[in-house]
Design a protein around this ligand. Structure first.
Ligand code: SDX
Length: 431
């Protein structure tokens, strides 16, 4: 059908045709795979603002409408009625599990939670104040040293075992990272606890006395993990896909995703929001901060605001914001001045023309830190929490890519603007 063909004419009048590939929702894509061969030019799109890097069935985001679907299910419904491991099953396998499938999946995840004792000895090499994301990237990457020879990425069963192992071990390693930082002994996983309760127990229990996980805290963590589980082709997921496209060990690809998530423009924003709120300190300082965020020369951005895709309220931020008061009240932390500060900051920013014109709304990172803090998670551990949840999405996208028989190694081109060809000059002749 002609209306599905886009034509491009070059300066010499040569016409090239590019088929439009349409998906279930959202903008269609121009298949420009033949562009370089036909017209000897590349596209130029730093930051991939207008570029679809792949086809995927995992997650759909409508940035204008503030819509987020995991395998077609609205994140609001999953947040309200599902659990993190059920959502993990959905994202990994594409369908909501029946009871027997969920029970088997939960049981499998519970029984992969230990890590090789040698890995726990790696922590002795880190200073106590090493950044948790630095330690996380290192120890998760080290899993590839333990599972390299037993992981054939072209074997679907091996891919599934990798998925179970990494999802199960992330909380164990994250808790070890935290314990190392505070000088407390590591706490081993307990297979009689649910995923988030087990994680909280490994974070906060100590051998010296009994510890009872607060069910409100476990439920709040489960909700945060559902909301952070996947988000289509964000920077860290794109990194996992690009790293994985070389055929590298999948644990190493996940470590690359962790490294990318750490950045303050991405998952590191939740830590940056808490630090920003602490620096603001009082409502009377908000106008000054807003002015700084609007000043191009300041290099400062309002952390937790703005998004490459959402030009409306991030649906995840909406859910977390609504949950904040309830969770803080139940945890007896509803006197947290930072929540009031965050609410006032949002209120003032969303009335400001700069934020309105640039469609800058709170994103998932703006409120999540408030709840994490109420759970006792320190600011520098918050991106680690994000990484634990996002591991599900990273794995699902890696599996989707590796299972694709047409997968190719990712290898972008460039626009070269460097020096013309020149001859080597011996050092004695250089000026
Ligand atoms: C996450 O991609 C994902 O899906 C990510 C994520 C996920 O789940 O994986 O949703 C998680 O990373 C959320 C984003 C967390 N980051 C932050 O909160 C950091 C603060 N936000 C910004 O740095 C920024 O908004 C980004 C990085 C999130 C998006 O950047 P874009 O899409 O490249 O937008 P841009 O930098 O081109 O900004 C557009 C304009 C610019 O002004 P102009 O040059 O057009 O004049 O808006 C301005 C920016 O200066 N702007 C901001 C701003 N964010 C954008 N100005 C002040 N404060 C901000 N926060």
């Amino acid at each position: 059908m002609q209306n599905n063909i886009y034509k491009l004419t070059d300066p010499q009048g040569k016409i090239s045709e590019f088929p439009l590939r349409e998906g279930t929702f959202g903008p269609g894509t121009l298949d420009i795979g033949s562009l370089y061969r036909d017209l000897d030019v590349f596209t130029f799109d730093p930051g991939f603002v207008s570029t679809a890097s792949c086809e995927s069935k995992v997650t759909y985001i409508d940035g204008d409408k503030g819509v987020l679907l995991y395998r077609g299910y609205p994140v609001e419904q999953l947040a309200e009625r599902s659990s993190f491991l059920e959502v993990a099953y959905l994202i990994l396998y594409g369908e909501l599990p029946i009871r027997s499938q969920l029970d088997s999946f939960v049981n499998t995840i519970r029984h992969h939670s230990l890590v090789n004792e040698a890995i726990l000895r790696f922590f002795t090499g880190f200073h106590y104040d090493a950044h948790p994301m630095a330690m996380m990237a290192a120890v998760v990457g080290s899993l590839s040293a333990f599972y390299h020879d037993s992981t054939d990425i072209h074997n679907p069963r091996h891919r599934e075992v990798f998925a179970h192992r990494i999802i199960s071990k992330m909380p164990t390693l994250a808790a070890a990272v935290y314990k190392h930082g505070i000088g407390q002994p590591f706490v081993y996983p307990k297979n009689d606890l649910d995923y988030c309760a087990n994680f909280l127990n490994m974070l906060f229990s100590v051998p010296a006395e009994p510890y009872q996980v607060d069910s409100v805290a476990a439920k709040a963590l489960d909700l945060l993990f559902i909301l952070h589980a996947d988000h289509e082709q964000n920077a860290s997921t794109s990194t996992v896909r690009l790293a994985g496209s070389s055929g590298t060990n999948p644990y190493a690809a996940i470590a690359a995703g962790i490294a990318t998530l750490w950045g303050p423009a991405h998952g590191g924003a939740n830590e940056a929001v808490l630090n920003m709120l602490r620096e603001i300190g009082d409502v009377k300082n908000i106008d000054k901060v807003i002015a700084k965020a609007k000043d191009k020369n300041s290099g400062f951005r309002l952390m937790g605001f703005g998004h490459r895709v959402y030009k409306n309220y991030d649906p995840r931020a909406k859910i977390i914001r609504a949950t904040c008061h309830k969770v803080l009240q139940k945890l007896g932390r509803d006197d947290d001045p930072q929540l009031e500060l965050a609410l006032r900051l949002e209120e003032i920013a969303l009335k400001d023309d700069y934020f309105i014109e640039k469609k800058l709304y709170p994103n998932v990172d703006f409120y999540s830190g408030i709840i994490y803090r109420a759970l006792g998670i320190p600011a520098h551990m918050m991106t680690v929490m994000f990484a634990v949840a996002r591991t599900v999405g990273w794995v699902a996208h890696w599996q989707e890519m590796i299972a694709d028989p047409h997968m190719k190694i990712g290898r972008p081109r460039q626009l070269y603007t460097g020096s013309p060809k020149r001859e080597y000059l011996d050092i004695g002749k250089r000026k």
